[in-house]
Design a protein around this ligand. Structure first.
Ligand code: CP
Length: 301
């Protein structure tokens, strides 16, 4: 059966912890293998990327495979060839697709019409590979993930949605501070509540950060929302992570950002470059988690 990785909540707690521990072991041993020898992974990116693209490219090479990078600009995708046709053609050549796109339904179409694994490298609805590697970054410091209180400050975007899913799988407490009307996906929040997950949505950043072990944020306008930025700056101005806000968190709390960051907007320079910031470990861990995800997808259980 073809295995895909599109959402964190497709994992049960055991699978989630397996991926985190496996990524940590791969990091510690500088793991390489021939698992993907003779295989080619398509990297299909409809949006810009530095970390996700490069870490997946290197991860595939370290597992013995090859990659082909594909964008709409340089392919027939940009000239309206249907995704369902592209999925069927690529499935005849390649062995997997790592896809960054807009709507989640595009991944659904690739999976429905293709016959090779699909990995979600970011959609408007979720960023599961990033949040799985963030779980590794938190695990390295606090292995008992269920004991954590995690704060999210800012837009209830794809990162926030994937953190909600992670709270459902890993059992930590998640407090999200988002402006009214900018919260995470409403149906997902309802699903989290029904599952008994400790996920709390509020508007006040101080309340969300109080006692948190990790404080996460992201840009105020995600890719594709740039024209809304002028309006968003007004809405989000009280959602900057600054030193005063970090002081409300638990002693020794860490600041996290998936990057790229806009200093002076969602995070102040003194926090981004300060003692509490672990953003470079966070970026590094993308590579190790991508390898664990690829291994999981390409290994039958
Ligand atoms: N965090 C993240 O996804 O970075 P890129 O957009 O550079 O891939």
């Amino acid at each position: 059966m073809t295995k895909h990785f599109t959402h964190i909540r497709q994992l049960n707690a055991e699978q989630g912890m397996h991926l985190v521990r496996r990524a940590k072991a791969m990091k510690d041993s500088r793991f390489t293998s021939s698992l993907l020898h003779g295989k080619t992974i398509m990297l299909i990116f409809e949006k810009a990327s530095t970390r996700t693209r490069i870490s997946f490219d290197i991860a595939v090479r370290q597992l013995g495979g090859g990659t082909i990078f594909m964008t709409p600009m340089e392919s027939q995708l940009g000239r309206s060839e249907p995704l369902r046709d592209t999925a069927r053609v690529l499935s005849r050549y390649a062995d997997g697709m790592v896809v960054r796109t807009f709507g989640q339904q595009k991944l659904d179409e690739l999976m429905a019409f293709g016959s090779i694994p699909v990995v979600n490298a970011l959609t408007d609805q979720g960023h599961p590979c990033q949040v799985m590697s963030d779980m590794l970054t938190m695990y390295e410091r606090t292995p008992n993930l269920a004991s954590l209180t995690v704060a999210w400050v800012g837009d209830g975007n794809n990162m926030a949605n994937s953190l909600v899913e992670a709270a459902m799988v890993f059992g930590f407490t998640l407090k999200l501070a988002c402006p009214k009307g900018f919260g995470p996906d409403v149906e997902l929040l309802a699903e989290a509540a029904a599952s008994g997950a400790n996920v709390f949505l509020m508007e006040n950043p101080e309340e969300a950060v109080a006692g948190a072990h990790y404080v996460h944020t992201d840009v105020w306008a995600s890719m594709g929302q740039e024209e809304e930025m002028r309006e968003r700056v007004k809405v989000f101005s009280r959602y900057s992570v600054n030193e005063a806000l970090m002081r409300k968190a638990a002693p020794g709390a860490c600041f996290m950002h998936c990057l790229p960051a806009h200093r002076g907007e969602e995070v102040m320079e003194e926090v981004f470059e300060g003692q509490s910031s672990i953003v470079w470990d966070q970026a590094e861990n993308r590579l190790h988690m991508q390898k664990a995800i690829l291994e999981w997808v390409f290994t039958q259980e």
